[in-house]
Design a binder for this molecule. Sequence first.
Ligand SMILES: Nc1ncnc2c1ncn2[C@@H]1O[C@H](COP(=O)(O)OP(=O)(O)O)[C@@H](O)[C@H]1O
Ligand SMILES: [Mg+2]
Length: 430
Amino acid sequence: MLCSMADEKHLKTSWMDLVWLLFLVGLALLPPIDEPHKQGTLLAIALLQLFEDRLAAQFPRRGWSYVVLLQILLATLLIDHTGELSINSTYYPIYYLPVFTAALHFEAVGTLLWTALASAAYSSYLYPALQEYELTPDSIARLSQRIMFFFIAAVIINQFATKARRQTARYQRLAEELAASNRQLEKVQADARRSERLAALGQLSAGLAHEIRNPLGVIKGSSEMLNQKLATADPLSAELAGYISSEVNRLSALVSRFLDFARPLHAEPRPHDITAVMDKALKSVSDQWTGGPVRVARTYAGDLPLALIDEGLAAQVFVNLLQNAYEAMGENGGSLQIDLSKAVSNGHRGIQVRVEDSGPGIAPEIREQIFNPFFTTKKTGVGLGLAIVAKIMDEHQGSIRVEPTAAQGTAFVLFFPAASSAIESEVFAS
Ligand SMILES: Nc1ncnc2c1ncn2[C@@H]1O[C@H](COP(=O)(O)OP(=O)(O)O)[C@@H](O)[C@H]1O
Ligand SMILES: [Mg+2]
């Protein structure tokens, strides 16, 4: 029943406060002037008016009920001291105060109930009046008129207030929806930027790698010949030739690896149970792990749809992510949390995969760079793991993002479309 006020009302409060003060001072200056009860009551009404918002905020559920109740009491006090016969007091419109407050802050039923209570408080002065005077049809008519005016004013104001409240709520909802779709748009734009950047980087370095491969082949052949020739020569020359040979091998392995990465993927997505793919990847990574102990917790939702994935590529995604998670936790070990759940992204049904580790986390300033090819912070890292993951996710019309976790650590959140959501699956035709 109770409704919160629009924020902008607070801005107008000080202005309205002034109006109220002028009004009450005006009343105080009108006769009867030397009636301390009247002036005291007006002062109390002024204070209540100034602090009603704060008072109402003190009691989140009942606040405005208390304010209206106090206003009724004060109004009743005021007319008791402003007329020989209270029921005839010319100050009776002071009851509009609680009536309006109720109309502004309650729904229709509440407003009517409070107006009825205010009317009853006013009518209660009939009792002392009847001790001395007869009840005439004329005075009944006058009292009824006044009460009817209370009600009609309450209903009209309540209608306006309710309309304004609904409007405000609607605008608030709209603004929230707008903000949400803005955030969504920003995310999509960031994703698109990343894909573009990775594609450009990939192209550039693939060209470079091609150019490097040929001279590298020549160096490799030559160094092998040199090696054979120098096998019988002095040990220093043999050692140096050995270095050339082994380093060239390392370089050419790197180039091959990179060209593998730069080659188009040829994904062949089919409906697959993604939990089986994840379990296999987890087993292969944990079997090869030689660092500290890692506690693995898996939460797989029971109602997961089949995912539209290329099994081999999806497995590679999971292996790369899990490998990174294990490596992040390193010698100390830690805990790994894997969640698979149903999700909707951009209007597509699908599966959300969340891989969270308790490692040291990723500094915010490198959070986007980690997807770049050759970005690594590891001594022996190559920096292709996440670049490959991002590429595969693009190929699957999925998405990946990295999130900081509640404690330290890292969470990668992936989305794979479900088999039945991807009606537009021609995009996958390879
Ligand atoms: N789970 C993780 N926790 C902390 N840092 C991570 C995690 N996963 C990836 N990274 C950071 O991202 C970088 C790039 O990862 P990746 O592309 O797999 O290359 P590499 O593992 O060869 O370094 C890593 O060097 C590391 O700094
Ligand atoms: Mg890696």
